[in-house]
Design a protein around this ligand. Structure first.
Ligand code: NAG
Length: 354
């Protein structure tokens, strides 16, 4: 040990002795204050140590509140709607599908819209891939069913006199038809695998040509929007411009999908209003969550997941903390929807074909 180290050690020992004498003196002169100070310091240390756990407890509490709010809205929102004043605009919900598989999602949507929203005009765009019985089921659930041409890359290639190269997914661009539905002031489009958890009518009144959520949650840089939920203002001008843009960009080997086209049309021209991520939560759970979207990967579409038992459905009291619980909630509402719309027979008939 060299001289320098010994010096430090001595000084430290002296400091300790002085501190102990100080504590002792403190204890003798002010015993109550001493005890109080001691327990106060212990509390501070515990708080710092448990800080992460405290965050988790608060978070869980707000998730539970979110779940209760969702349950309350399902039960009582129509009463709230009856007392509300609404702007005098013609608005509609829109969804689109190519087959019976997605019709199942659309029936779910119709039910939650009926319960949560103050606006019950719903339009379903269907191609002839949707069977007559499922089209009837959609009508029974309150949709105006519009049979439209399935717009997709092959459709565009035929129109341009190109060879059909089967690029992209069949019917992907079908919703573009609705841009020409100028009898509506505002339309909110939802993919049939989107699951609204709250009233989201505020989307109709946004002062923007188009609104959609960021692709990713705050803290993640992913400059795009997800078009699974979007609000747009129908206009023949926009309709023609989007269709022309699509035609223009569909050259030879390329066929941009609908989301990419909408991105170029709205975002590139500064006409996109970004919505909070809460309106289109995908892939993992994020709170606040107003809408969950069963997009790619985390689970299969909820209607392709095993149906939970009645006991599971009845005993689940939230909060939504993992993907399987969101599936559970989907089934709870879907089973109610089948009873409410008297569609149990329809579902029994089609469930093995999807
Ligand atoms: C768009 O709507 C107008 C009337 O609202 C109609 O005349 C026109 O044919 C429609 N365009 C297409 C391509 O459907």
């Amino acid at each position: 040990m060299n001289k320098f180290d010994v010096g430090i050690l001595l000084r430290f020992a002296k400091a300790c002795v002085v501190f102990i004498i100080f504590l002792f003196g403190f204890y003798i002169v002010l015993p109550t204050t001493f005890q109080y100070t001691f327990s106060y310091i212990r509390l501070i240390v515990t708080m710092v140590y448990n800080d992460e756990q405290r965050h988790e407890v608060e978070e869980k509490l707000s998730w539970q509140q979110e779940f209760y709010l969702q349950e309350m809205e399902m039960l009582f929102n129509q009463q709230i709607c009856a007392k509300r004043q609404h702007p005098h605009l013609n608005v509609a919900w829109l969804t689109a599908m190519m087959n019976d598989n997605y019709a199942v999602g659309a029936i779910y949507l119709a039910y939650v819209i009926k319960k949560l929203s103050c606006h019950h005009k719903m339009i379903a765009l269907v191609s002839d891939g949707v069977t007559k019985k499922s089209q009837d089921a959609l009508k029974k659930a309150g949709y105006e069913v519009r049979n439209v041409e399935p717009l997709d890359c092959d459709w565009m290639d035929r129109r341009k006199g190109n060879i059909e190269r089967h690029l992209g997914l069949p019917g992907t661009h079908m919703r573009f038809h609705a841009w020409n539905y100028t009898e509506y002031d505002s339309i909110v489009y939802l993919d049939p695998d989107v699951m609204p958890l709250n009233n989201i009518d505020e989307l109709f009144w946004l002062d923007a040509e188009m609104a959609a959520s960021y692709c990713a949650r705050p803290g993640i840089l992913d400059p795009c929007f997800n078009a699974g939920l979007l609000m747009f203002k129908p206009s023949s001008k926009s309709y023609n411009e989007i269709m022309n843009m699509w035609s223009h960009l569909s050259t030879g080997t390329n066929c941009p999908n609908d989301q990419v086209l909408l991105w170029h049309y709205y975002a590139d021209n500064n006409k996109w209003l970004p919505l909070p991520y809460a309106y289109n939560v995908r892939r993992y759970l994020y709170h606040p969550m107003k809408v969950y979207h069963f997009a790619c990967c985390l689970t299969k579409k909820p209607w392709k997941m095993p149906q939970p038992t009645d006991i599971e459905l009845q005993t689940f009291k939230g909060p939504l903390t993992e993907p399987n619980e969101v599936v559970l909630l989907w089934w709870k509402h879907f089973k109610d929807a089948l009873v409410y719309f008297e569609l149990n027979n329809w579902y029994e008939e089609i469930k093995n074909t999807i």
